[in-house]
Design a protein around this ligand. Structure first.
Ligand SMILES: N[C@@H](CCC(=O)N[C@@H](CS)C(=O)NCC(=O)O)C(=O)O
Ligand code: FES
Length: 110
């Protein structure tokens, strides 16, 4: 069960930072290949981002799925908007769509 406090706290997190990655582990010590890939893409692009380790909080791990109506981790948010998980981010990176989106939102990428 996901309560409104958890959802409000998630909303606060995604609205407090331009780029937020909900992941398993941390950028330095990712705990899953899918999370690792997305954090490496962002690092490679020189994008500053806030990361949330869902393994530290079961409420967030389950709550983020309800918040976005997306069943898995990782989850990338840009300016409060859910962008996607590993497959989507990988594809958007390869096509240049991710760079275009970040440019469009005024987020600096190298
Ligand atoms: N195809 C997914 C891969 C991510 C995925 O399958 N995540 C699983 C395993 S890490 C997950 O979050 N399962 C639910 C959970 O662990 O809470 C994507 O594009 O992001
Ligand atoms: S933790 Fe096993 S696939 Fe992500």
């Amino acid at each position: 069960m996901t309560d409104t406090t958890t959802l409000e706290s998630i909303r606060n997190t995604v609205e407090s930072h331009d780029v937020v990655l909900f992941m398993k582990g941390t950028p330095l010590f990712p705990q899953c290949g899918f999370s690792s890939l997305v954090s490496r893409v962002l690092q490679h692009m020189g994008v500053e981002y806030h990361s949330v380790n869902v393994l530290e909080d079961m409420d967030v791990r389950e709550g983020i799925k309800v918040y976005s109506d997306w069943p898995t981790i990782p989850q990338l948010y840009v300016k409060g908007e859910f962008i996607g998980g590993c497959d989507i981010v990988k594809e958007m990176f390869e096509t240049g769509e991710l760079k275009a989106l970040l440019d469009d939102k005024g987020i600096e990428a190298a």
